[in-house]
Write a protein that binds this ligand. Sequence first.
Ligand code: G6P
Length: 485
Amino acid sequence: TPTAQDRPGEHELVVVANRLPVDSRTLPDGATEWVTSPGGLVTAMESVMRTVDSGAWVGWAGSPGEAPAPFEADGMSLYPVPLDQIDVERYYEGYSNGTLWPLYHDVIVDPEFHRGWWDTYLSANRRFAEVAAPVAAPGGTIWVHDYQLQLVPRLIRDRRSDVRIGFFNHIPFPPVELFSQLPKRNSILRGLLGADLVGFQRESDSLNFLSAVRKLLGLHVDGMTISVPGIGAAPVREVVVQTFPISIDSAAVSALTEDPGIRERATQLRRDLGDPQRIVLGADRLDYTKGIRHRLKAWGELLDDGSIDPHDTVMIQIATPSRERVEAYQQLRDEVELTVGRINGEHAPLGRPAVSYQHHSFDRREMTALFMAADVVLVTALRDGMNLVAKEYIASRPDLQGVLVLSEFAGAADELRAAVLVNPHDIDELKAAILRSLAMPPEEQEEAMRSLRHQVMEHDVQLWAKEFLERLTATGSPQVAAVQA
Ligand code: G6P
């Protein structure tokens, strides 16, 4: 229901995402500690927002309960949105990560549909809209992010007819045959169509969305533009759909490789692992979409059949804890840890691992050292919106050495054609790709890495944000349309 126009705030650009760029944690002595939030969304948007004047970020501070008061950090204003325990269970763990996440990632695990989860998704989306709407300056821009907040564009439009609204989906948008399973699917589409511009990672995501809008809502689509009829006497609005593959702060990542402390750390890492000839790295949130099981299966078989000698080749698998109260994630953790234990039990030389498994997060400096030390990085996602680990590895290799094995099911595969592309479901193909990468001569590595770096250094996240925001500015604002009508 439309509410009275909120009084405008002062921020020209307002980002709305489920998480703030920092998570609050309560220490045993009751003090609050702030740590960087997990995931690709924050990795990308944080560096964009640092360069914006008068920017605001609306999001959840990562723990249930009362929200902290708005505060300033890194030159932007942070507006925390409160989520209570029920919201966390039904909106975040439930509808967002038990329904939408698996459905949008090709049903790698079964999505669950519960009516109570939907009700809370709606009420939580309302709360984000209520916090965000009054923060934007008159005629300002509100940029809503990701699958947790698909109803927010429309909810904001009901409150603020003067602002431009953009939406970007960081994860895939599924084919209409899968999307159609979703109860309340039309409400999701109408929520998204509250935006002036809806952006996706891959061309296939944009096309999937357009075909859902056409088939399920019966709306007229002309190329990439959707005509959305106004309610009552309101004029028809045009919503533009476009593909914007996200990236990283490439120059900043590349520059870290010059840092003497990080260089030393990269050398130290190799020494700590017993100076193996080759280091192979996987670094993911512990998520079933990342294909960690497939990777370990391939690795275990390569050790079993003697193609890899654990005395000279070590695998590091970083699995950042994620969504730990959701059952599918608990199961995945058990399976991964059982497999790693088995592989090490059978193959690790005394006193050093065959797979060095790390179930915690690493900061940016430590990650750069790992990328510098890694001869091969394995990105074997079964489905992934983009995968920024792939781009971070490339940005960390100005020496033009190292090989990226990349799943064709990650969005990054559209751009990073010079990677060793694989179908991770084909374990034999994956094994062959790993062996080929380990044996790749330096000149061949250099040629591939040069081409990959060209792509990643030229197309950084600043350019991505600039292109999105310029396209958004070029869409007709609803007020202008109303005056003309
Ligand atoms: C992905 C999603 C983000 C999410 C992140 C971390 O990158 O696209 O929206 O924030 O994962 O997941 P979490 O559930 O911990 O926020």
